[in-house]
Design a protein around this ligand. Structure first.
Ligand SMILES: [Zn+2]
Length: 310
């Protein structure tokens, strides 16, 4: 009688079962590894600083978001003083200019949201203390048209001028930073009227002087204060012949009352490029350069821009 030993078959069955089991265990482990991601390390605290510690009414200041190299924020958005911040990556993190409106009192509110390489975000809001600026008052006599409230036609013209200037500012917010740390005064001569001075025209209307007047005679050269692109070459009712430059990162500069414009819209300029000549066009008492710097729609003391990059 032939012997029939079922053992090899059983052993084979056992081996197959073991192999199947091992496969299952490996598959389960792989599935687990796929499904289970260890939690990411906690984000470093959002480190927001600003310079100077107490910015001045009507001045620009700098907001910085620190980004350590190993867990750096890749981008940030935010608002300060009612304007959108435009952050730019530097060696130590991200920085944006921010404005203090001239009518702000005590403090301004700001918020920043940083986005990290893994897509996580972190936000913080701040209250930034500010100091008062010193602003004087002066009385001026100008042509009768400019010394009384504008008529209907002039009002329409002023509204068109404002809209054109607003478009330049919007474009600057959508343009990456173009300026370099080199910035210059557009005229080498003395300041004849300070930024922010309260003004009364012909004893009838009052406003604030939202630019810096620099001395010059008709025909004297005006240069670009910083690197940028010529955004607008035009003639405005109050500003006269003007050139607006888009410096990117939300910053715009304007050069008013020119006798001659030496550039065209779209031209690239660097700090020191001649862009026009001093004149007496628009609402003026005589030839000079009225220099304007804006961040978004907020007009600031132009010298506060130069002070930040020096
Ligand atoms: Zn002026």
């Amino acid at each position: 009688m032939p012997t029939h030993d079922p053992a090899p078959h059983r052993r084979r069955t056992a081996r197959i079962t073991l192999t199947a089991l091992a496969t299952l265990v490996i598959a389960a482990a792989a599935t687990f590894a796929l499904l289970y991601e260890p939690p990411p390390p906690p984000l470093p605290p959002l480190e927001i600083t600003w310079t100077p510690a107490e910015p001045t009414q009507g001045h620009l200041f700098l907001i910085r978001v620190a980004a350590p190299p190993d867990s750096g924020a890749v981008s940030a958005t935010g608002e300060a003083g009612g304007e959108t911040l435009h952050f730019h990556a530097t060696d130590s993190g991200l920085e944006s200019f921010a404005p203090v409106p001239i009518n702000a009192t005590d403090s301004i509110d700001a918020w920043v949201r940083a986005t990290y390489p893994d897509g996580r975000t972190q936000a913080d809001s701040l209250r930034i203390p500010i100091v008062e600026g010193t602003y004087e008052h002066e009385r001026l006599t100008v042509a009768p048209r400019f010394g009384s409230p504008p008529n209907e036609e002039d009002q329409a013209r002023l509204a068109r001028d404002r809209e054109k200037a607003a478009r330049v500012s919007r474009d600057a917010g959508a343009t990456p930073r173009l300026w370099s740390p080199t910035m210059v005064m557009p005229r080498p001569y003395r300041v004849t009227s300070e930024f922010g001075t309260g003004r009364e025209f012909n004893g009838q209307i009052s406003s604030r002087h939202m630019g810096l007047d620099l001395q010059g005679f008709t025909g004297d050269t005006v240069v670009a204060a910083a690197d940028g692109v010529v955004a607008l070459v035009d003639g405005f009712l109050y500003a006269g012949n003007l050139v607006y430059l888009n410096h990117g990162g939300g910053v715009v500069s304007g050069y008013f009352h020119l006798s001659e414009q030496l550039v065209e819209a779209g031209d690239t300029v660097t700090a020191g490029t001649p862009i026009g000549r001093v004149g007496a066009t628009g609402r003026v008492t005589g030839p000079h350069l009225h220099w304007v710097v804006r961040y978004g729609s907020t007009t600031v003391d132009p010298r506060s821009l130069l002070a930040l990059v020096r």
